[in-house]
Design a protein around this ligand. Sequence first.
Ligand code: SAM
Length: 265
Amino acid sequence: MQANKIYKGDALELIHKVDAESVDLIVCDGPYGINADQWDNIPNIQEFNLKLIEVFSEKLKPGGALYLFGKPDCVDFIDYRPFLNLKSKLVWYQPSRLAQGRLNFTNNYDIICYFVKGERPAVFNLDDIRVPQLVELEHRLRCEKVPSVKNGTYAGTKFNENGKNPGDVWGDIKQLTYKSHELLSRDVLHTIQKPLKLMERLVKASSSPGDLVLDPFCGVGTVLAVCEKLGRQYMGFEINPEYIELAKRRLNKVRREEASLLFSK
Ligand SMILES: C[S@@+](CC[C@H](N)C(=O)[O-])C[C@H]1O[C@@H](n2cnc3c(N)ncnc32)[C@H](O)[C@@H]1O
């Protein structure tokens, strides 16, 4: 299979054509098992995800990463440990979600499971994903002199001027709305298109320029567009030809923008 292409078909079949241990990063924003759409109608999402984790682990290089999107229970009661190590469960918090529940607390976050093949990630570019320190200067100065828990002496708290680790609850990236400039079509709002900023954080954190990134459920190509812009190689799988068309147009636009930037330098 060639890099920088979108392949039409079922991800679970296409994945077998990918070379073993050839992929640096997989961003898997596939079925959640919650929608009426046919493609999302998965009777047991945990078993489905376990299958994905198993096949993806064969394709990842040692130290490679998988980000698996889903609802809070997406990996409950399955044993993924023979295949990959779960490093974090990132919470993508969406406070704007309508709180319509009457008998329970309304769910207003998605989970992004961050898995690594082996103990340590081959790449974790923290400096590329730092977020602003949301502390007032005064508070910050106060915090800089806190007694050490160990022996009661004062120690300086280190603040990185370039920002902090984004942590595992991400409330700073908003869901797309009808007004978002990056929205490709109204039809793709709720069920599929994710914000570029969200995918950018994952791609930047867990890959370097030239690395190969696989998006097995690429939709309208958000991850691929990020890869094109950031100089990663990529491969996308998608079953819906209309989404593939939108993704291809989007990639061409990114290429044109990149080329005109090069000329203007
Ligand atoms: C949540 S969406 C991905 C959205 C994508 N991250 C974006 O921003 O455009 C999941 C996508 O997986 C596709 N899909 C579902 N089942 C599939 C399968 N078995 N093989 C390939 N694609 C599939 C759907 O058509 C849908 O576009």
